[in-house]
Design a binder for this molecule. Structure first.
Ligand SMILES: Nc1ncnc2c1ncn2[C@@H]1O[C@H](COP(=O)(O)OP(=O)(O)O)[C@@H](O)[C@H]1O
Ligand SMILES: [Mg+2]
Length: 357
């Protein structure tokens, strides 16, 4: 926690009346110690959207199903004096999987050990992680589908047997492991070995957020950061955030950058529009790549590999990053031959009329 950060009590007095459904939680949000200094801005204000982070389950907005599952598991663990059950967190990027993993550790009042799957490059990396955890600690492997099959196997065997077998010269050495909680996060659950998935007692599946939920995410984050934001900005950002808190928060940060560049302290709709203009984000939240993708399709149905080469991107990136939102928004469809084409809505969005049948 940052010493020069003020208590939040005085700020609570200014709390909006319209968020009574949500607890007043500004007083205990996690604040990053790398927060701003008084010289650059108001001493109450934090500069980065991630200078604060949810630190309790009540700070997390939406995802009712997931939150209910976690609450029951926390209650059960606390009643039995046991660790939180192993869990698999599945969902698109930016949905709150890492935020929830950190909150579970905070709610359990245990240490939190977090690594990215791709950063485990050898057995020593994995062993160090597992040996560092104490009883009831939370070990979170983010992007766990990036963990090689070999280490996924080593991981579930180690967790199953609660021990590590280390090859020390010719004699294998057995080291006991603590009874910790393993949380695995992934955007691609089938990139995980089935036995690894089966070891996870809870399956927490995240879904896209509604616009009102994103409004709440933005409102509460601004309040915790002590950013002054015009109300209309809270309702406009979610229209371009693709149901994703990370995108909504990133847009808010961009709007704030525009406000600060003009020396302003309140983020207005003009600042937000200016940020969208600078980043070439359109009224549906589509960026330059997606806009170019749609433009290519105005010339007719196109195969993935052709689209990818015209965009200068790997096919996998196009199908896994660019296309999901375009499909979900109803802008494109894939035909029986796997060719991509614009829907009427897609044509309308590109400012063109659909060609007659
Ligand atoms: N339900 C939520 N309520 C409040 N903030 C959220 C919520 N979900 C995500 N966030 C915020 O959105 C950002 C992205 O979340 P993150 O946990 O990194 O996503 P993921 O791990 O799924 O990619 C973080 O700043 C996080 O605090
Ligand atoms: Mg994450």
């Amino acid at each position: 926690m940052c010493d020069d950060m003020p208590d939040f009590e005085d700020f609570d007095d200014e709390a909006d009346d319209d968020d009574d459904d949500f607890p007043d939680f500004d007083d205990d949000w996690d604040r990053d110690s790398s927060g701003p200094t008084e010289t650059i801005m108001d001493k109450h204000e934090a500069a980065e959207i991630n200078d604060v982070a949810p630190s309790s389950l009540s700070h997390l907005i939406g995802q009712r199903g997931v939150i209910d599952q976690v609450r029951v598991a926390l209650d059960a663990a606390q009643m039995d004096g046991k660790k939180f059950d192993h869990a698999l967190l599945v969902g698109p990027p930016g949905m709150g999987k890492s935020a929830l993993a950190a909150v579970i550790a905070q709610e359990m009042a245990t240490d939190f050990h977090e690594v990215l799957g791709q950063s485990i490059k050898n057995a020593a990396d994995l062993n160090t992680l597992l040996l560092s955890a104490k009883n009831k600690d939370v070990v979170h492997i983010d992007e766990c589908h990036e963990l090689s099959k070999e280490y996924q196997t080593a991981l579930y065997l180690a967790v199953d047997k609660r021990k590590l077998i280390i090859q020390n010269g010719k004699t294998p050495m057995t080291l006991p492991l603590a009874d910790f909680t393993l949380l695995l996060s992934t955007t691609d659950e089938y990139g995980l070995l089935q036995p690894c998935r089966d070891r996870m007692k809870l399956l927490l599946r995240f879904d896209f957020y509604s616009e009102p939920e994103l409004v709440e995410v933005l409102r509460h984050r601004s309040k915790a950061l002590r950013w002054s934001v015009d109300e209309v900005v809270f309702t406009e950002i979610p229209k371009r955030a693709k149901g994703t808190p990370r995108l909504a928060l990133r847009l808010l940060q961009s709007a704030r950058r525009c406000a600060r560049a003009e020396g302003e302290t309140t983020i207005t709709l003009d600042h937000f529009h200016r940020a969208c203009g600078l980043e070439r984000i359109d009224n549906l939240g589509l960026g330059p790549t997606e806009t170019k993708y749609l433009q290519i399709l105005t010339n007719g149905a196109t195969r993935l590999n052709v689209l990818a080469s015209m965009l200068g991107l790997p096919s996998r990136t196009v199908s896994e990053v660019t296309e999901p939102f375009l499909v979900r928004a109803g802008l494109i469809i894939k035909d029986d031959q796997g060719r991509r084409q614009l829907t009427q809505f897609g044509f309308d969005h590109c400012g063109q009329n659909a060609r007659p049948d």
